[in-house]
Design a protein around this ligand. Structure first.
Ligand code: FPP
Length: 314
């Protein structure tokens, strides 16, 4: 399992994851600076080329043939012209879901994979450009070794199993976090996933694994300091955009909506910089019970918010 250098000692010292479609997100793993941005035109697999008319992959014009989540979204009045470009999700509550059913925690994680698949498909059908899911934090190494091992195995198995789905849905994979520090087999499978999806032009799926936002920001600071020392940039060029371009999410729009399941009201070191203006949707539902309908509810809730970005209404 994780050697000492990958344990929570890697976590930060004090304590311890462009409104544009996901057509060309970067496939960067870690250690590289990639500032390429996603394009501003809907992708082939986004739900709609005209925002008010969602497209179901493989569906005909008839609304009866639209996926269930699209019909539900239309029913409740989701405005497809105002979708969040990037949705971030803290998938929480697998363990409690299992406990409530008298099952081992591992059963909760396995059920969590089914939810993840359902939400990926729903996000693609809805026309979300970027979906970021928090799977394993830099702090999660402190869990019992058997659970960590099981999760690493589950991540690799899931990725292999879902590659055909990513191909079918034109999903491009990206990882947030230090994946080089993962067990060799998991790392190799992740690299395979990156390679297999690198040409896909649809939704960018970011999986945060061995991710901690404070560590990510410290890493960006180091990269920028090196850039200044090597005269790639001047000190005066260090600004929020440069910081953003040195995070794992470089080139992607910031999340506009954060969903957290299982009722906890905290960020848990996820995308601290990127979530500056995100709207929060917190539900008591445990992740394995989080359905496509609730994902649509979260988007509807987002569309009801009054987003002022620190300004005032004119
Ligand atoms: C949080 O529940 C969930 C996790 C630690 C793991 C989630 C991972 C997946 C659903 C699969 C991800 C797949 C890939 C390929 C990366 P918890 O154990 O913290 O629940 P609790 O708070 O109730 O104990």
């Amino acid at each position: 399992m994780a050697p000492a250098s990958q344990t929570p000692a890697d976590t930060p010292s004090a304590s311890s994851a462009s409104c544009t479609p996901g057509t060309s997100g970067t496939s960067g793993t870690s250690g590289t600076l990639d500032t390429s941005s996603v394009s501003s035109t809907p992708s082939a697999s986004s739900a709609s080329s005209t925002p008010s008319a969602p497209r179901a992959s493989g569906a005909s014009e008839s609304s009866n043939e639209l996926p269930e989540e699209i019909r539900y979204a239309l029913d409740i009045g989701v405005d497809f012209a105002r979708l969040p470009k990037h949705v971030a999700v803290i998938m929480d509550g697998n363990g409690r879901w299992a406990k409530a059913k008298g099952l081992p925690r591992t059963a909760g994680h396995k059920a969590g994979v089914d939810s993840l698949r359902e939400i990926i498909t729903t996000a693609v059908h809805m026309g979300i450009n970027v979906l970021s899911c928090y799977a394993f934090s830099t702090e999660n190494w402190t869990r019992p070794q058997e659970e960590v091992q099981m999760l690493m195995h589950l991540f690799a198995k899931t990725l292999i199993h879902e590659l055909p789905l990513f191909e079918q849905e034109n999903v491009r994979l990206r990882f947030l976090g230090d994946i080089e520090a993962l067990p060799q087999k998991t790392y190799e499978v992740f690299q395979k996933g990156l390679k297999a999806t690198e040409k896909n032009t649809g939704m960018v799926l970011c999986l945060a694994v061995n991710y901690g936002s404070r560590a990510e920001i410290a890493r960006a600071a180091k990269l920028i300091a090196r850039g200044v020392a090597e005269e790639t940039y001047t000190l005066d060029e260090v600004d929020p955009d440069l910081v953003s371009n040195n995070l794992y999410t470089a080139g992607l729009p910031d999340p506009e909506l954060l969903i957290r399941t299982s009722g906890e009201l905290r960020l848990s070191n996820f995308l601290l910089f990127q979530l500056a203006y995100a709207e929060f949707y917190v539900t008591d539902t445990y992740w394995p019970d989080f359905s496509r309908h609730e994902f649509v509810d979260a988007i509807y809730s987002f569309q009801k918010r009054d987003r002022r970005f620190g300004g005032v209404e004119s």
